[in-house]
Design a protein. Structure first.
Length: 236
């Protein structure tokens, strides 16, 4: 049963979800406000013409979609062709939201290696977006290759998360932010831990709550990872 709603822009959302681009254009031409939810839906529809409508009617291509939500390019990075098209339309792989998350941040966690390389070919910066931290949580089988690539591109192995974004750092500091090794220890991913160690990760680095990486592993029940990291401390 259809339930009417008085939410602003709901007609536009329905038109977007049903891919009625003529209605989308009509609503936009009559001043309907575009909201981030509309933008996400349009990008996820993979319709270049619908995305172009939003851009033509004034949506800034590099505007964040929320406090922790990067610009629309982040929602296209599972589609190589669409990503390339947006980049040709001046989408910025380094454009950030308030929490210093960029389209590249999303890509290194979720997208194909080919898309990641494409973003770097269009100005991607390994010093923005906390890339190595997000790559730690990547689930694809190529995660180690992606992390090696990020280090080659200049990502710093011992970089504290948000070290280069003061506002984000202050907001997240009480929760205990640390280095990529802290993240890998928390995840208990031995392959990633060993990769980071091989790239020079510091087992004595502490997070903002004073914890070493092995303590993060212990807290999450990752006994093997904790023992490995402790043994390196004992042998140092």
């Amino acid at each position: 049963m259809y339930v009417a709603t008085s939410r602003p822009g709901s007609a536009l959302q329905i038109a977007v979800e049903n891919q009625h681009e003529d209605i989308v254009q009509y609503l936009l031409s009559n001043g309907t406000q575009v909201l981030p939810t509309h933008v996400k839906s349009v990008v996820l529809s993979r319709s270049k013409s619908a995305i172009q409508l939003l851009l033509d009617y004034g949506w800034p291509i590099n505007a964040p979609l929320g406090w922790s939500d990067p610009p629309l390019l982040a929602y296209a990075t599972d589609d190589y062709d669409l990503t390339a098209w947006l980049l040709s339309s001046d989408a910025d792989p380094n454009a950030s939201c308030a929490l210093n998350r960029t389209p590249l941040s999303a890509a290194v966690q979720y997208s194909s290696f080919e898309v990641i390389k494409l973003l770097f070919a269009h100005g991607g910066n390994a010093q923005q977006g906390q890339l190595l931290h997000y790559a730690v949580w990547r689930k694809q089988t190529d995660r180690l290759a992606v992390m090696k690539y990020l280090v080659q591109q200049g990502a710093e192995v011992n970089q504290m998360m948000y070290y280069n974004d003061r506002e984000s750092f202050v907001q997240r500091e009480p929760f205990g932010i640390g280095t990529p090794l802290h993240d890998a220890a928390a995840a208990g991913d031995l392959e990633v831990i060993n990769l980071l160690l091989g790239c020079g990760a510091d087992v004595l680095a502490r997070d903002t709550r004073g914890r070493l990486a092995y303590e993060r592993a212990q807290a999450n029940g990752n006994t093997i990872a904790a023992r490995l990291l402790q043994s390196l401390i004992a042998g140092s």
